[in-house]
Design a protein around this ligand. Structure first.
Ligand SMILES: [Zn+2]
Ligand SMILES: [Zn+2]
Length: 380
């Protein structure tokens, strides 16, 4: 225990270092440059019997610092002060002809230091200095961008999956330009995310599996009992222009609502978001809310969209997040099925058929006609 107290002053001075027993490892920033080291220091702060290792630029393995390169009376504090010279010395030996390489690499780390902007985003470097993560962008809290170092290859991001962002962003060889472009994209995508915001808050979104991430460009939500809307914004830069609205449910309801929808689309109000336009089109004040949210009544009817199990596999949520929402045309039959389970069932039918991406078959329970578009329900 006394050991860790002895380290206290050191850790205050170098907050990027983590200590466990007499082992310390981590990252320090000296004069705007980053250094990564591993230390085993049993007589802290004295360097007797200490094992010291430094990660040199462009290397994946730590380099051991030799005793003869240290002054006899040095403590760990002195070593820290001399890290820049030691790194220089070992780098020259490791790579005498590669001055330019070394400069490129130290530029990455000084660039990281220059990108430190806590008012704009959170910046984290992992313990091995191999991954850099930007997150909690101001005004876009849920977004993040993660790159591998020193290659700058993108390893994770929060932008919608339907666009090859990696390709676009990878064109920027310099990190600052890449991050700036990422932030420009966030700004450009405001209308895209804005249109989904009200739907996520004010509708009963059944798929993708809630909580919906920033990577999805579609929503499936309840319109009324047994009937669902699937909204897809295929081009995040042109949400309205690329919008598609599908109605999924029993044949009669779908036919009627499709007519209402196509009439309504011609009177689209560009001043309003998608959620408000859809309310206007279907002439309702609000969409059904999730069970338990206290908004169960829709147009005077009681909304009975409570969790129902699939009557083929007898489960609720499948691994991919799919829940049973497909029902047959018989208003008396209250059973629902997963699209994936029904697809298998349809495959076993001799009189099943597909027409214009809609599949027709019969209800496994009551044998009434059942038609649905598996492409719409399963494509994601
Ligand atoms: Zn099922
Ligand atoms: Zn049925």
């Amino acid at each position: 225990m006394t050991e860790s107290r002895e380290w206290d002053d050191f850790l205050l001075r170098y907050p990027g270092i983590i200590v466990s027993g007499s082992n310390a490892r981590g990252t320090v920033k000296l004069n705007g440059k980053w250094y990564r080291l591993k230390v085993m220091c049993p007589h802290f702060p004295k360097l007797q019997e200490a094992r010291l290792e430094l990660l040199l630029p462009q290397q994946v393995k730590f380099t051991k610092i030799r005793k003869e390169d240290l002054e006899v009376d040095w403590t760990l504090y002195d070593l820290m002060k001399h890290l820049p010279q030691l790194q220089q010395k070992y780098s020259d030996k490791a790579n005498p002809n590669a001055k330019s390489l070394e400069i490129t690499d130290s530029n990455i780390y000084s660039e990281i230091a220059a990108l430190y902007a806590p008012q704009d985003y959170q910046l984290e470097l992992n313990d091995a200095c191999s991954l850099l993560r930007f997150s909690k962008f101001a005004g876009y809290e849920r977004h993040y961008l993660q790159v591998a170092l020193p290659t700058l290859r993108i390893t994770a991001h929060s932008l919608p999956d339907c666009v090859p962002w990696e390709e676009q962003l990878q064109k920027y060889e310099n990190l600052s330009a890449m991050v700036q472009q990422f932030r420009n994209y966030l700004q450009d995508l405001r209308p895209f995310y804005g249109n989904f915001a009200d739907i996520d808050e004010l509708c009963y979104v059944v798929q993708p599996k809630p909580p919906v991430s920033t990577k999805h460009n579609w929503r499936l939500f309840v319109l009324r009992e047994r009937v669902f809307i699937k909204l897809v914004l295929s081009d995040p830069f042109a949400p309205i222009g690329s919008m598609s609205v599908q109605i999924i449910g029993p044949t009669q309801a779908v036919e009627e609502l499709r007519r209402t929808l196509s009439d309504g689309l011609s009177e689209w109000d560009v001043e309003l978001d998608i959620h408000k336009n859809l309310l206007r089109i279907f002439d309702i004040c609000y969409f059904p809310m999730p069970p338990g949210s206290g908004w169960m009544e829709v147009d005077g009817e009681v909304n009975t969209t409570e969790q129902k199990f699939c009557n083929i596999c007898y489960s609720y949520q499948l691994e991919e997040g799919e829940i049973p929402i497909v029902s047959c045309d018989n208003p008396q039959c209250t059973l629902v099925y997963h699209a994936a389970c029904l697809k298998e069932w349809f495959n076993t039918l001799t009189d099943g058929m597909d027409f214009l991406s809609v599949s027709f078959g019969t209800c496994p329970f009551c044998k009434t006609k059942l038609s649905t578009s598996f492409a719409e329900l399963l494509a994601n």
